[in-house]
Ligand binder design. Sequence first.
Ligand code: G3I
Length: 333
Amino acid sequence: SALPPGARAAAPVPFGAAIQFNLFESDPDYRQSFLDRCDLILPMNELKFPMLRPTRDSFEFGPADQLVDWARANGRTSRGHTFVWHDGNPDWLERISDPVEAEMVLREHIQRTAGHFRGRLQSWDVVNEVIAHEPRESGGPLRDTWWRRTLGPRHIPIAFAEAARADPDARLVLNDYDLEFRGARYDARRRVALDLVRQLQDGGLRIDAVGIQGHLYSHFEIDPEAMARFGRDLKALGVGLLATEIDVIDFQVPGGPEEIDRAAETVVGDFLDGLFAGQRPEAVITWGLTDRYSWVGDTMPRTDGTPVRPLPLDAAYRPKRWYDLLRQRLSQA
Ligand code: G3I
């Protein structure tokens, strides 16, 4: 697009992807693909409780240190995922039933972890997936988790307060899924996310951005207008927006690779329309990079038995059309 003389194009919105340490170590092509494609590279699993804290007294920083330092040595940025999640918590943690002890563990976990990485991570997913999946079953807008059962809803402000103390320069993010689709269920989730932001702010706490994960189902309809509204509402609260875990879940798409990729292009395109319409996103990140390795094939395989195609590079590391379109979009924003 033509710029007036003397004008400078704004820096593109950074593109990032999540990387897995075991594959980083074992597969040089995989490792190289992140350097070829990404501005931001983040550890997919290595900062979560189960990998970081297999026992109460251990902090296994090694793998995440290696990933983050490698990214930075190559001029890439990185981010942290995540302190508080319901999934896969180690037994030693979930055996705690005393709220005083649980609070101590949470505060110490964040102090030590955010403190260890201070200055090396642009942002942290402070809490992940705290919005209830089925509000009726969880008895309210928050997910029924060990954290909520043990500490109550205040585990969220505690986590944000501790993260702000431990790394004052990292942007603090509330990360969640199903914030992009059309329908009452998703309107409700967007409302809960905004409520959580306001509650944190009313409590005098800092929250810098909301992460929309972006696990996109090819057979769901994106609601770009609702996404735009969501982005504007966050902006009005002084809160940023980013897409943190994009991939495309394609088990409902009939046909072969072309049909699957065309459906992905549509759903990703609609998602980006909605994302960019509300405010300029801080980053756009996919959950992995190549179809060779993804949780989608393990969790939601295709019914016809053919391989899933969730990510921007195919299994041979060739970029799909939707990768090029996405990159164009980021450089024009
Ligand atoms: O590293 C071990 C390996 O040593 C062992 O042999 C193997 C046997 O199962 O497991 C390996 O660890 C697995 C790890 O992925 C690395 O492949 C864990 O069991 C497995 O639970 C883990 O799954 C991850 C999952 O989160 C749970 O942490 C997925 O890779 C990851 O893509 C997924 O990511 C989540 C986001 O954090 C939050 N949003 C949803 C998203 C998809 O579920």
